[in-house]
Design a protein around this ligand. Structure first.
Ligand code: GDP
Ligand code: MG
Ligand code: ZN
Length: 358
């Protein structure tokens, strides 16, 4: 990535354009809370310690050479680390993507990856604070999270993960399921797929429609993403979320009872993948298995973001707002991320190298 002359080509996670990173340019943007604006500062006059500190809080404006995206900013230190990871969530509307991502980032932040030698911090501090306020805090209070509006093109969060395989920026995308099902080629919301280095395919177990029926056997969001990613050998995982509904159903119950794993074991991940595969196959959700057929490295996981179904705030009124009165009990939400980190080389070792292989 960094040739001898120090020039570093980067791909912007937001607009997916490639450009030469302006390393050494002392002009960085700092966000001013009062005016809610990014303001340009020349930090070259500052002593080195202060420069480093300002850079950590600062931003660079993406030049977006193809000129197809509204003004956007990246953390000023984005290019100071190893190859960035860009992880996108793909799944039908209301499949549970936002709850899963929230539970996953929250737990990763609470040192949930420490057993794997991985630490987590916010790389884009503004973005992370927004994610914290918008999703993690309401989640902790037991509220249901707002649906993701269509047309979201920004990343949900940009973190710095430090692991045995190096320190790497990790950007997460969580767009609306409706956008993922759109066949409009000009739909910007799914452009993150161009720059994605890994995908979490999210399938909701036992989601029934208004008539109480299980959905028909297709999965348009998966199909469209698989088609667009065809030929790019990136790691993929299939997360069967809302698995709390399967807590009395073998063999899902056995996996859910294990809780978080403390080490990467390729055979165990393969065994869980087989069980999830069999579950989806039996449930008539063969269409949700397409990522497994399309990607050479793929693992499958039972997860639950909330630990149970949301119930109406007013028990007498099915249509009232819903919440989780006993709070959240996320189960195995980090396993899909751990698999991706192993398949991406951030978690290392003989076992990690075998994750996702048949
Ligand atoms: N039982 C159960 N319900 C969930 C879980 N995660 C999300 N839900 C419910 O599924 C609905 C859609 O979730 P959301 O994350 O907004 O889906 P998205 O549209 O894919 O982002 C919400 O009403 C949640 O209450 C879970 O792990 N278990
Ligand atoms: Mg959502
Ligand atoms: Zn950009």
């Amino acid at each position: 990535m960094t040739p001898g002359n120090g020039v570093r080509h980067m791909r912007c996670p937001i607009c997916a354009d490639d450009f030469v990173w302006p390393s050494g340019d002392p002009n960085i943007f700092l966000y001013d809370e009062e005016s809610s604006r990014y303001e340009l500062f020349d930090i070259s006059g500052q002593p080195p310690m202060k420069q480093a500190d300002l850079a950590r809080q600062g931003y660079r404006q993406c030049p977006n050479p193809s000129g197809d995206t509204a003004l956007h900013y990246l953390p000023a230190t984005y290019a100071d680390y190893g190859p960035p990871l860009v992880i996108g969530l793909v799944g039908a509307p209301a499949s549970g993507k936002t709850h899963l991502l929230t539970a996953m980032i929250r737990q990763a932040y609470l040192s949930g990856l420490a057993a794997h030698g991985v630490t987590v911090s916010a790389l884009d501090i503004l973005r992370h604070n927004h994610f914290l306020r918008q999703f993690i805090k309401p989640f902790e209070k037991g509220g249901t999270l707002a649906g993701t509006g269509t047309g979201v093109v920004e990343a949900a969060d940009i973190l710095l993960l430090r692991g045995p395989g190096g320190d790497r920026p990790v950007t997460f995308f969580d767009v609306a399921g409706e956008d993922l099902e759109s066949t409009n080629a000009r739909n910007r919301a799914t452009r993150f797929l161009v720059g994605a280095t890994a995908v979490i395919f999210v399938h909701a177990s036992e989601d029934r429609d208004a008539a109480g029926q299980l959905p028909a056997g297709e999965n348009q969001s998966f199909d469209l993403a698989v088609e667009r990613l065809r030929g790019r050998q990136i790691p993929a995982v299939i997360a069967v979320t809302k698995s709390d509904r399967l807590r009395f159903v073998p063999p899902a119950d056995r996996w859910l009872h294990r809780g978080d794993e403390t080490r990467v074991d390729a055979d165990r991940i393969r065994a869980e993948s087989k069980d999830v595969y069999a579950y989806l196959h039996r449930a008539g959700a063969g269409a949700s298995l397409r990522p497994f057929e399309a990607f050479t490295k793929c693992s499958l996981h039972f997860v639950s973001a909330s630990g149970g179904d949301a119930v109406p705030v007013d028990p007498g009124d099915e249509d009232s707002e819903k919440h989780f009165p006993r709070g959240f009990r996320p189960t195995r939400v980090l396993e899909p991320l751990v698999s991706i980190l192993a398949m991406s080389g951030l978690i290392t070792g003989l076992q990690a190298e075998k994750v996702g292989t048949p």
